[in-house]
Write a protein that binds this ligand. Structure first.
Ligand code: URP
Ligand code: ZN
Ligand code: ZN
Length: 460
């Protein structure tokens, strides 16, 4: 029997419209948005969301789940990460599939599929990381794109492990563009960073605070400007991940003003957390050893301006969780060995709502655009990112009257800390629907295990 659900009484917010409306869902797909007071359908399941905002489920296009990195593996697997995402109002992720040592890209991608299948509880896609451009690697690009993995990630930092030199970056840009894919670039000048870091170690400054000092803003800005030039030479589109600086926003804005196919994202933590966290005593600062590092208010202001102006189009979490205990085990005596990254997939939506919308930095529609519509569009998730007929019924119910308290003790992420510890913020995610199924309620996952589906993403 056809299953119909009607979500009533809410305010439906899309990236360009806000209407008081009901949402009619049939078999996991949105059928109509409107007023259906008198509707009579056998077995119709009516759910009242009066007073709440209904927004498209969050689309987080930057996560590292069950991912090998810096001598360890990220702390969340696909089950725990996607449960956490769901509880926080995110209904789709695009995760980075790392290239595995000694494996081809296709083999590495298959291994990542195996990690996600049957474990993810929300829909997911992959970007393919290219960290070793072996002979004929580019020949695999068309098959990768055709399989629905229509984006690649390359690193301009971490020489010896992840970094590609400029020639390889050029090759990846050119060949991925030919194959209909786009390239996501981690833009930092890795060689300069390595030298600054070596100097700090030689000076005996081995603690986590040195992470920030070794990665000054100019190391990002220089790489951003270089990557834009290389993308132009390759005649290829380019998407910058995790931009953190004023200079990068300016560089992307200039490129976009020239109508070049350059796009950029920033992340929740660059918008909301200050570099002062590196001044904490002992090993505490390791919690925010993430890359690029946190910056000053000047940079945060520029990032918010960039979002409002459209120079930056996406806010992702860069969920790359390593427990503090693991960071200590690996990097207590040398900050260069602390695995880079932190948690974020669970709290991206509510922190953005609170710090963005409630603080009047962005409108509610802009919030929807940055957290769902734009990332879905940018990465070819054609059935996600809007509450409209024909779209998947991925809907997050946000109650502006509620409050959310963030703590490691209660979070779903498999982590022993959160950088937002103790934050109590306005608004709460009270219900989350994924393809029409109620999968999370008041911060608890209530859906079935392993129900997430791999989403093939359209190429360019
Ligand atoms: O700090 C992070 N996230 N580091 C590793 C992954 C990345 O995106 O570079
Ligand atoms: Zn990166
Ligand atoms: Zn990342």
């Amino acid at each position: 029997m056809t299953a119909y659900t009607l979500l009533t009484g809410g305010t439906v917010v899309n990236s360009t419209t806000t209407v008081d409306a009901d949402v009619l869902i049939k078999d996991g797909t949105i059928v109509a948005v409107g007023s259906f007071d008198g509707i009579a359908i056998d077995g119709l399941d009516r759910i009242d969301h009066s007073g709440s905002l209904l927004v498209p489920g969050g689309v987080d296009v930057h996560t590292h789940i069950d991912s090998p990195m810096m001598g360890t593996v990220t702390a969340d697997d696909f089950e725990s990460a996607t449960r956490a995402a769901a509880c926080g109002g995110t209904t789709a992720v695009v995760d980075f599939a790392m290239q595995l040592p000694g494996k081809t890209l296709l083999e590495s991608l298959e291994a990542h599929h195996a990690k996600a299948q049957g474990k993810a509880v929300i829909d997911y896609g992959f970007h393919m990381c290219v960290t070793d451009l072996y002979d004929n690697a580019v020949d695999e690009f068309p098959e990768i794109v055709q399989s629905g993995v229509s984006s690649f990630k390359v690193f301009m930092a971490y020489r010896g492990t992840l970094m590609l030199h400029d020639g390889a970056l050029f090759d990846v840009l050119r060949e991925s563009s030919k194959a209909g894919g786009q390239v996501c670039v981690h833009a930092e000048n890795g060689d300069v960073i390595d030298r600054l870091a070596a100097d700090l170690i030689a000076d005996g400054r081995t603690g986590p605070a040195s992470h920030e000092i070794s990665r000054p803003p100019s190391t990002e800005v220089e790489a951003v400007r270089r990557a834009i030039r290389i993308a132009r030479m390759a005649d290829a589109p380019l998407y910058f991940v995790h931009l953190s600086t004023e200079g990068s926003v300016e560089a992307v804005a200039e490129a976009r003003a020239n109508d070049w196919a350059i796009a950029g994202e920033t992340c929740t933590h660059y918008l909301t957390l200050d570099r002062a966290l590196y001044d904490q005593p002992g090993f505490e600062a390791a919690k925010v050893v993430l890359t690029p590092p946190l910056r000053t208010q000047t940079h945060r202001d520029a990032l918010w301006r960039g979002l409002r102006a459209g120079s930056l189009g996406v806010v992702s979490s860069d969920h790359c969780p390593f427990c503090l205990a693991e960071k200590r085990r690996l990097g207590e005596h040398d900050f260069r060995l602390i695995p880079n990254g932190g948690p974020g997939v669970e709290h991206r939506m509510m922190v953005m709502y609170s710090e963005g919308v409630v603080q009047n930095r962005i409108s509610m529609q802009k919030f929807v655009d940055l957290t769902s519509t734009a990332p879905a569009r940018q990465f070819g998730l054609t059935s996600k990112g809007a509450i409209a007929a024909g779209f998947d019924a991925d809907i997050t119910v946000l109650d502006p009257r509620g409050r959310t308290t963030i703590s490691a003790a209660t979070q779903q992420q498999r982590m022993d800390y959160t950088p937002y510890e103790g934050w109590t913020i306005p608004g709460a995610v009270t219900a989350v629907y994924s393809r029409g199924e109620l999968i999370a309620k008041d911060g608890q996952y209530i859906g079935e295990s392993g129900r997430g589906r791999f989403v093939t993403r359209a190429g360019q």
